[in-house]
Design a protein around this ligand. Structure first.
Ligand code: 4IP
Length: 145
């Protein structure tokens, strides 16, 4: 697989379990033609893989429009909906965010994508955009792949 983009970004924990912590981690993100992978890099150590999302499992990639305070250093969020999870990734500026969103949209354009998505965050048990309390509820805004 050919590498399309590689950069250090932040991510929020995907909260795969009800008891998962809500934390933000700096990770090296690599988008290649097969998957989106992220690695932890500690000084003096070789990066270790922490997560990998097959591109074919991605259902929506879009910026997140929100006024919630963002507790990590990077303030420009985008979302990657895949399987039954939402990965929130944070870029350092809008250009960087757009570059990632465009590249990911292009790489997933032939997928079975959402028709609608959630433009704001899922926070504390509800969608801030539409107030729905089911995380996997259908989106409330039209999705443009
Ligand atoms: C972890 O918290 C990290 O945030 C993980 O991120 C995250 O997995 C885990 O969420 C979360 O419990 P601790 O390091 O404090 O244990 P990373 O893999 O980047 O280290 P995700 O799925 O977000 O990668 P869960 O809910 O997935 O377990």
């Amino acid at each position: 697989p050919r590498v399309i983009l590689k950069e250090t970004l932040y991510k929020k924990s995907q909260q795969k379990r009800r008891t998962s912590p809500c934390n933000y981690k700096e990770r090296i993100f690599v988008l290649n033609t097969q998957d989106l992978t992220y690695f932890e890099h500690r000084p003096g150590k070789k990066p270790t893989q922490k997560g990998c999302i097959e591109l074919s499992h991605i259902k929506c990639v879009e910026i997140v429009r929100s006024d919630v305070p963002i507790p990590c250093d990077y303030k420009y969020p985008f979302q990657v909906a895949h399987d039954s999870y939402y990965l929130y990734v944070f870029a350092p500026d809008n250009d960087c965010r757009l570059k990632w969103v465009r590249a990911l949209k292009e790489a997933t354009q032939n997928n079975n994508l959402f028709l609608k998505y959630h433009p704001d965050f899922w926070v504390e048990g509800k969608w801030r955009c539409c107030q729905q309390t089911e995380k996997l509820a259908t989106g409330c805004s039209e999705y443009y792949p």
